[in-house]
Design a protein around this ligand. Structure first.
Ligand SMILES: C[S@@+](CC[C@H](N)C(=O)[O-])C[C@H]1O[C@@H](n2cnc3c(N)ncnc32)[C@H](O)[C@@H]1O
Length: 250
């Protein structure tokens, strides 16, 4: 748990815990053709401190269940929701995404930004399908190869981190094979990584190290994040997050 304590400490004061952006969340909402006035039920899985949850609550008339397995993130989300007057629309759920207590066909929309990789894309879209109503909508972002072949260093890194990384046509195929109709796809642009996620994180490194007594563990986390950032800057043409939007078939 020490690792989680430090990771939570590094990330919980940030607006978001992964690449993304408000404009991109809104773009996904539009591509999904979600009726903003309807009293829909949305589950936001792996919500972190609520970057997408809060925006969806602001932009729609939906009630949102915000799920994360880190209680500290949910606490921040609750405070942010209160400050923004959105608490009535958001319920937090402290739970793992592979053990969700939802009923069959309970949700109109399942939303998940930068989080499904924790259980794997195929397992996530398969397991979560039963929680969606027939004709319900899935919106997930997933790390995706943008090019057909990659430098060996990059291939090795991501295959070690996440063997399920693949190109968009394969991910779309996984959706089709598992009873979804893909209806939209776009790629997160660079600012979603650098300006919205990596730069604010880098700006917080010194305070994080100071708070944690410059410990070896804290230093190791900063080094690992820094390496990930350098890899992104070097090879950003080859990968990004793809945002996949699909309808449940039956
Ligand atoms: C990269 S962050 C993305 C957070 C948020 N969606 C965003 O875009 O800012 C991944 C999130 O998934 C959560 N997470 C990781 N494994 C999980 C699990 N098994 N069940 C629920 N949440 C999990 C983490 O705590 C974290 O908040």
């Amino acid at each position: 748990m020490e690792d989680y304590r430090l990771l939570t400490d590094l990330h919980k004061n940030a607006d978001r815990q992964g690449p993304g952006g408000d404009a991109e969340t809104e773009k996904a909402l539009d591509l999904a053709m979600i009726d903003r006035t309807a009293p829909l039920k949305i589950a936001d899985i792996g919500c972190g401190t609520g970057a997408s949850t809060l925006l969806l609550a602001r932009l729609s008339n939906a009630r949102i269940t915000a799920v994360d397995f880190l209680a500290d993130f949910l606490e921040v989300l609750e405070k942010r929701a209160k400050r923004m007057g959105l608490s009535d629309k958001i319920t937090t759920l402290h739970c793992s995404m592979d053990n969700l207590p939802f009923g069959d066909e309970e949700y109109d929309v399942i939303w998940s930004e930068g989080a499904i990789y924790n259980i794997g894309f195929e397992k996530g879209v398969t397991d979560w399908k039963r929680f969606l109503k027939a004709g319900g909508t899935l919106v997930v972002s997933e790390i995706t190869w943008m090019t057909d072949s990659r430098p060996a260093e990059l291939q090795k890194h991501w295959e070690g981190e996440y063997p399920e990384i693949d190109n968009a046509s394969s991910k779309t195929g996984v959706l089709e094979k598992n009873g979804y109709i893909p209806i939209g796809y776009f790629v997160l642009p660079e600012h979603c990584w650098m300006e919205n996620y990596y730069r604010p994180m880098q700006d917080s490194f010194n305070d994080f190290l100071r708070r944690n007594g410059n410990s070896d563990e804290a230093r190791a986390i900063v080094d690992a994040e820094q390496q990930e950032i350098e890899l992104y800057e070097k090879y950003k043409t080859h990968y990004s997050y793809g945002v996949y939007i699909a309808r449940k078939l039956d």
